[in-house]
Write a protein that binds this ligand. Structure first.
Ligand code: GDP
Length: 290
C-alpha cells in the first residue's frame, strides 16, 4: 500500500512498517492508495529501502486534468467520495451535480456531507433538508455535520469505517476542519497553505494516506480536496445523472444530447414527471458550460 507520493514513494508493508521505494520504472505511475509488490533492497539504521516490482490491479482511480488536457492519476483504490457542502460559502446544486458526475465517472460511491450545520437555525435546517431531499430520493447518503460543534462526527466515522475515502468540495466548506477532527494527531492545516505561500492555494498533487483510529483510511491533499472537473462530454454528464440511465437507451438518436432532439427518452421521462425539471436543467447547464 502506497501511503504517500511525492519525490519518492513511501510504501507500507502488511505489518504496517514503512519503507522508501522508487516507483515502477517506465511503467504506469504509482499513486497514493495503490497496492504494489515490492522487493526489499537494503535495510539498516532504522531505514528500509525497496523497489516497486509490480502495480496491482486498481478498484478505482481518481484523476485530475493537467494543463495539457491529459488526465493525471491522483489516488487509487478509493471507495468513498465525500462531497462536502456547507450553507456558507453558498450551496449550489449545480456544483453537487458536477461532483456526482465525477463520482459516477470514476466509479467511487459518493456521500453528501453537509457541514456547518451549527450556522443553521431550526427553520433553515428544515429548509435545507427539503432542498437536498431529491438527492436522498435518488439513493445518495447524506451526513449532517459540524466540524466546529463536533456534530455528526460519529455518523461520519461510521461512513468511513472499512473504506478508503477522499473529501472533496469547494474551498471553504470545511474539508480540512473535518479531516482535522477525524485525525486529531495529524497536522492537517486549516486554510493555512495560501497564507504560507501568499500565492493562493497550493495545488500539488502530492497526497497522503491516513489510517483513521476507528478503522478506514482517508487520502488527503489540497490537490485531491479541490480537484475539479475537466470538460465534461454530454455522454459522461448524462451517465452521471443516475436517474437518466434507464431512459438513455430509449432515445431515437444514438448521439442524443437530451436538449432538443425528437424522440428523446430523457425529455419524455421529464414530461411524465419521472425526472425533476431542476436536474434536467442542471444537466443542460453543465453541457453548455462544461
Ligand atoms: P476547506 O477549504 O474546505 O478545507 O475548509 P476549511 O476547513 O479550511 O474551513 C474553512 C472555514 O470554515 C474556516 O474558517 C473554518 O474554521 C470554518 N469552518 C469549518 N467547519 C466549520 C463548521 O462546522 N462550522 C462553522 N461555523 N465554521 C466552520
Amino acid at each position: 500500500m502506497v501511503a504517500s507520493f511525492g519525490a519518492r514513494l513511501e510504501v507500507e508493508d502488511a505489518a504496517g512498517g514503512r519503507l522508501q521505494c522508487n516507483a515502477v520504472r517506465g511503467g504506469e505511475p504509482v499513486v497514493c492508495g495503490d497496492r504494489v509488490r515490492f522487493a526489499l533492497l537494503r535495510s539498516g539504521a532504522g531505514k528500509r529501502v525497496g523497489a516497486v516490482r509490480e502495480l496491482l490491479p486498481r478498484r478505482s482511480l481518481l484523476c485530475r486534468p493537467s494543463p495539457d488536457g491529459a488526465l493525471r492519476p491522483m489516488a487509487a483504490n478509493l471507495d468513498r467520495m465525500l462531497i462536502v457542502l456547507a450553507p456558507a460559502p453558498a450551496l449550489y446544486e449545480g456544483i453537487i451535480d458536477r461532483y456526482l458526475i465525477a463520482a459516477e465517472h470514476f466509479g467511487i460511491p459518493p456521500v453528501l456531507v453537509v457541514n456547518k450545520v451549527d450556522l443553521l437555525a431550526a427553520e433553515q435546517h428544515r429548509a435545507l433538508r427539503e432542498r437536498l431531499a431529491p438527492y436522498a430520493a435518488l439513493g445518495y447518503d447524506l451526513v449532517w455535520a459540524s466540524a466546529k460543534r463536533e456534530d455528526g462526527l460519529d455518523a461520519l466515522r461510521a461512513t468511513l469505517r472499512g473504506h478508503t475515502s477522499v473529501f472533496v468540495g469547494q474551498s471553504g466548506v470545511g474539508k480540512s476542519s473535518l479531516v482535522g477532527q477525524l485525525l486529531p494527531e495529524t497536522d492537517v492545516r486549516v486554510g493555512a497553505i495560501s497564507e504560507a505561500t501568499g500565492q493562493g492555494r497550493h495545488t500539488t498533487t502530492t497526497a497522503r494516506l491516513y489510517h483513521l483510529p476507528e478503522g478506514g483510511d482517508v487520502i488527503d491533499s489540497p490537490g485531491v480536496r479541490e480537484f475539479s472537473l475537466w470538460n465534461i462530454a454530454p455522454r459522461e454528464a448524462a451517465q452521471g445523472f443516475i436517474e437518466f440511465r434507464p431512459y438513455l437507451a430509449q432515445c431515437r438518436f444514438n448521439d442524443c444530447t437530451h436538449t432538443h432532439e425528437p424522440g428523446c427518452g430523457v425529455i419524455a421521462a421529464a414530461e411524465r414527471g419521472e425526472i425533476t425539471p431542476r436536474r434536467l436543467a442542471s444537466y443542460r447547464q453543465i453541457i453548455e458550460q462544461p
